[in-house]
Design a binder for this molecule. Structure first.
Ligand code: HEC
Ligand code: HEC
Length: 171
């Protein structure tokens, strides 16, 4: 089929508008939504899923800047009072993945409030900002289990979905 010239121009114009809308959306995301990429990459290694979700939920890499993950992986023997150490080559594989998958998080590394602990997601300024309307009492509920247990309220947290349309605080 041959398109008439006016129709072809109209389609081209639509495509250009579509592209610039997509670019504007990306720009918006870049400026206001921090950390920047929360969706867990599809090629995430099984080793990470197994080892880093055996005591708590699996934290999407985009939640912390790369240097914070480095501090996590460098201190696994003294991990918030637990020993989470791994074989050196396992540590390296997980660290490589975390560094790569968090590369778009440009937030500064913020130390944990307890001396000697590696950085926490639940004690970053953006976390506090996102939850300034959630009371401490709600985080303390037994059904919640503390601010670090994102999955209690964000069902799909382990896939990196924190959309506030789907959030539900359990009773
Ligand atoms: C042996 C158990 C264990 C293993 C294995 C483990 N963790 Fe943890 N992790 C903990 C404990 C305990 C805490 C502190 C929980 C709390 O205070 O609510 C914690 C907390 C964390 C936090 C901070 C959560 C917050 O408050 O924001 C991160 C991030 C984290 N772990 C990452 C990892 C990664 C990455 C791995 C895999 C290399 C891992 N953990 C493996 C026990 C473990
Ligand atoms: C007690 C339940 C609860 C827990 C636990 C919780 N959140 Fe939330 N979160 C909420 C609620 C409620 C909102 C919506 C707040 C609002 O809109 O004022 C929210 C909002 C968010 C948002 C913003 C979503 C958006 O669409 O703008 C992000 C990101 C987020 N949480 C991440 C996390 C992470 C990461 C964790 C774990 C480290 C976590 N949350 C733990 C209840 C929780």
């Amino acid at each position: 089929m041959r398109l008439g010239k006016p129709l072809a121009f109209a389609l081209l114009a639509l495509a250009v508008v579509g592209l610039s809308l997509a670019a504007a959306d990306d720009e918006h995301t870049r400026r206001y939504q921090r950390p920047k990429r929360l969706a867990v990459p599809a090629d995430a290694p099984q080793l990470w899923k197994d080892e880093c979700a055996s005591c708590h939920m699996l934290y999407p890499p985009g939640l912390l800047p790369a240097q914070a993950w480095r501090q996590q992986l460098d201190t696994l023997a003294a991990h918030y009072g637990s020993n989470a150490s791994l074989e050196p080559e396992q540590e390296r594989e997980i660290l490589d993945f975390l560094l790569r998958a968090s590369a778009r998080n440009r937030l500064p590394v913020e130390p944990a409030q307890t001396a000697g602990e590696p950085p926490r997601i639940s004690q970053t300024r953006w976390f506090e900002h996102k939850h300034d309307e959630v009371s401490a009492a709600k985080f303390r509920r037994e059904s919640v289990g503390g601010p670090a247990n994102c999955v209690a309220c964000h069902r799909d947290a382990e896939r990196g979905d924190f959309d506030d349309d789907r959030v539900k605080i359990p009773r």
